[in-house]
Design a protein around this ligand. Structure first.
Ligand code: SF4
Length: 246
């Protein structure tokens, strides 16, 4: 179904058409307006946990990925306050983990790195936490590098809802929160995970990687090497919409 011209809301002053049931995020991206996001992958159910996609709707903050579009709404996304909030949230993710972009296989196709560039981050601003997190390289085909995990929960949701395996879960609180694996030993090698699992394919950062594939696409030719995340995400979203809704 195409967006209904009678159903529109205003995003930073721009009139945005939407379909019944669309979220503010989906309608904005369909209209070519990028809203920064990390925990949300438009191919899966939104979760609104990273709060990066927060917008102001009629004066109140909401996660745009789960906020339904409503006709006549006045929505703000590109404001100084929201840009500052997104920078702070992203900086916190960098200091709460151990992210070494220059040596990471995901560099150039990492959503965290690309979002940091989009937000114009020059440094982490806050003191580094340097948490100790265990790496799991036990599996023949898959590696789980918890240092790089941003705890977006996407692998947990996909493994539960799509792969129907519940391989991943989150445990602990605050800085001690980590991804754990459902197996007697707690190791990937003893779990039901396989390289075909969708949960393995969609980690937005380099925390879950398929062994032997990391440098298949050379540095300089990776998705965000070629175009910034704001352009690449909107392009991908609109292509997906064209396929689904014509
Ligand atoms: S391993 Fe990846 S997908 Fe899973 S919570 Fe961490 S960053 Fe998100």
């Amino acid at each position: 179904m195409s967006p209904d011209s009678n159903r529109t809301f205003f995003l930073d002053g721009q009139e945005i058409p939407f379909r019944e049931g669309q979220s503010v995020f989906d309608a904005a991206m369909s209209a070519g307006v990028f809203i920064p996001h990390l925990c949300h992958n438009p191919d899966y159910e939104p979760h609104s946990s990273c709060r990066l996609c927060t917008v102001i709707v009629n004066g109140r903050p909401f996660a745009s990925c789960t906020q339904p579009a409503v006709a006549g709404q006045m929505v703000q996304s590109d404001t100084a306050e929201l840009r500052a909030m997104r920078r702070t949230l992203t900086q916190m993710l960098f200091v709460e983990g151990n992210h070494y972009c220059p040596s990471c296989e995901k560099s150039g196709s990492c959503k965290l790195q690309a979002t940091a560039y989009h937000l114009g981050l020059q440094d982490n601003h806050y003191p580094q936490f340097f948490p100790r997190r265990e790496m799991d390289a036990s599996h023949a085909d898959i590696i789980l590098d918890r240092d790089r995990c941003i705890l977006c929960g996407l692998c947990v949701r996909i493994s539960r809802d799509v792969d129907r395996k519940n391989v991943f879960a989150m445990t602990g609180r605050g800085i001690h929160t980590v991804i754990v694996v459902d197996s007697a030993s707690g190791l990937l090698k003893d779990s039901r995970v396989t390289v075909e699992d969708e949960a393995v394919q969609h980690c937005p950062v380099g925390a879950i990687l398929v062994k032997g594939k990391a440098f298949e696409v050379p540095i300089g030719e990776r998705i965000y090497d070629k175009e910034p995340i704001a352009v690449a995400s909107v392009r991908r979203f609109q292509a997906r919409e064209a396929l689904t809704h014509g």
